[in-house]
Design a protein around this ligand. Sequence first.
Ligand SMILES: [Zn+2]
Length: 134
Amino acid sequence: MIIIYFLIFAVRFSHQREKIREIVYNTNSHPTADKIFLEAKKSIPKISLGTVYRNLKQLEISGEIKTIYDDNIARYDWNTEPHNHLKCKNCGDLIDIVLKDKSIHPKIKKDFKFNVDKVEMFIIGTCKKHAKQT
Ligand SMILES: [Zn+2]
């Protein structure tokens, strides 16, 4: 009997984690835990925000997602490869970009005597949807 209960819990936990993973992987919007929670609630009404946070942490530990910090707010990214973000100051959208230009590495080393391992930047500006307004 105990084994059956354990299996039911294990299935439920993996189902929740799978749903949360799917939500992060199905969007480029870099959602916050609150947004993921609201989305997950549609198919798992009893899910709690704590469960969402726990599963996000697990997914991060297993390397399936990456946490990024936007003004100290955690947002979740399916793209775990090194990349940078363009942030629109009007809508807050984050757009993934990969900067191939490595010329910043020697510049940082020369100007600040600092060895660069990787560069992860937020570049603030205006996205094409809002370009006319500025
Ligand atoms: Zn990203």
